[in-house]
Design a protein around this ligand. Structure first.
Ligand code: CP3
Length: 361
């Protein structure tokens, strides 16, 4: 691995991933996978067992950097994503967050305006600085040609966990809270916008080349609420990041946005849009032909079904070809339409990367 390779050269290395985020079309397209570090890798499970709890892993810069690097060593992805979680933000704000083995996250749910008022922005500094230590280590340990992605959850998606206390199929508690107490909910969103901008800004200062905003539950809102709680806060985040770090690329991932995806791109100001599995290839193509006000083309990222990566074989090969063909000549980053699942055979990932890069198999 090229330790400190970046500081050894005066010329910034060409990171293909960033060229595409700048609006270029590359053949083959750069490739990385959401949740590329994780339980499908035996080396991840080993480190995870050593770390104890999941949050302990996130807050151990040595171990978090190590698991971030594991998929880069195995597959040579064009980008690494900081190993962390979107629920670090509520944890840092002082809301109790636990990860229960085999069940997922559990939070002490916010149920009132008073609970929201208790969130402590000043408390976030200490925990964010630990995560940023991981970022700094990564930037020096990664090969110079590998881009480093920082990330956070979008305010809406993070709020669904903070109010629901756990993941849910319909985000009903957060939606109801937003209908019943729009002012208190708006204050929660304002807090999350502020804290998330600070958090991403610190990741950028520590060495992240770009950031992704995960809005995994963007698809659960009707269009007026989508505009208010998905587009509005994301737009404010993008503007704040742009003013603090001119030219820093932002990828938005409004999962399930469907026909609202183009509006999301137009109004939020993101540089790239992550497309989920259900996005038709023609629609993804149209998104990658949009332009950003005052600066270059929009890039699209996506959208292979994570279950095809579990099944593998010819069905996988066929779909990879279809996606590559549909996105040919456009600024495009190959990815999944949602995170990799733990049942994924690691060999299928190698096969996918080889196919995307035109190395047969
Ligand atoms: O490799 C990477 O992509 C970086 C790390 C990363 C994780 N979570 C690690 C993780 C990223 C980018 C996330 C994002 C995240 N976390 C999202 C948005 C993307 C999405 O998948 O929709 C959400 C909604 C979460 C919240 C979360 N974290 C849930 C619901 C769960 C439990 C479900 C599960 O997959 O276990 C987590 C836990 C989690 N985050 C794991 C990992 C590797 C598994 C925990 C473990 O190792 O025990």
């Amino acid at each position: 691995m090229g330790r400190n390779a970046e500081t050894a050269t005066s010329v910034a290395p060409a990171r293909r991933f960033l060229q595409v985020l700048g609006g270029q079309a590359l053949d083959p397209p750069p490739v990385w996978l959401m949740r590329q570090a994780g339980r499908y890798l035996p080396e991840y499970r080993e480190v995870r067992a050593k770390a104890g709890g999941f949050l302990d892993l996130c807050y151990s810069p040595d171990l978090a950097a190590e698991v971030t690097l594991q998929p880069i060593r195995r597959y040579g992805f064009d980008a690494a994503i900081l190993f962390s979680d979107i629920l670090i933000v509520p944890d840092a704000l002082g809301q109790g967050v636990r990860f229960v083995e085999g069940e997922g996250p559990r939070l002490d749910a916010l149920t009132s305006a008073a609970d929201i008022a208790k969130l402590d922005q000043a408390a976030t500094a200490k925990k964010f600085s630990i995560i940023c230590e991981t970022v700094a280590r990564l930037r020096s340990d990664l090969p110079p040609e590998t881009a480093l992605i920082g990330f956070c959850g979008a305010p809406w998606t993070v709020a669904t966990y903070m109010i629901g206390g756990r993941g849910s199929p319909d985000q009903a508690k957060a939606r109801l809270f937003a209908y019943r107490e729009p002012e208190a909910f708006g204050r929660l969103m304002d807090t999350l916008v502020d804290v998330s901008v600070d958090y991403l800004s610190q990741q950028i200062l520590a060495g992240a080349d770009c950031v992704q905003i995960f809005d995994s539950w963007a698809g659960s809102l009707p269009d007026d609420e989508f505009a208010r709680w998905v587009i509005g806060p994301t737009k404010r985040m993008v503007a704040a990041l742009e003013s603090r770090h001119q030219g820093i690329p932002v990828i938005g991932f409004p999962r399930g946005a469907g026909v609202n995806a183009a509006r999301y791109v137009r109004e939020t100001g993101v540089n790239a849009i992550g497309c989920d599995t259900a996005e038709p290839l023609g629609a993804m193509r149209n998104l990658a032909q949009m332009r950003r006000k005052g600066s270059g083309a929009i890039a699209a990222q996506g959208n292979l079904d994570p279950l095809l990566l579990v099944s593998g074989g010819e069905a996988l090969d066929r779909r990879v070809e279809e996606i590559l063909e549909a996105m040919d000549g456009l600024p495009f980053i190959f990815n999944l339409g949602h995170g990799i699942v733990p049942e994924t055979p690691p060999d299928n990932v190698a096969r996918l990367v080889a196919r995307v890069r035109g190395n047969g198999v």
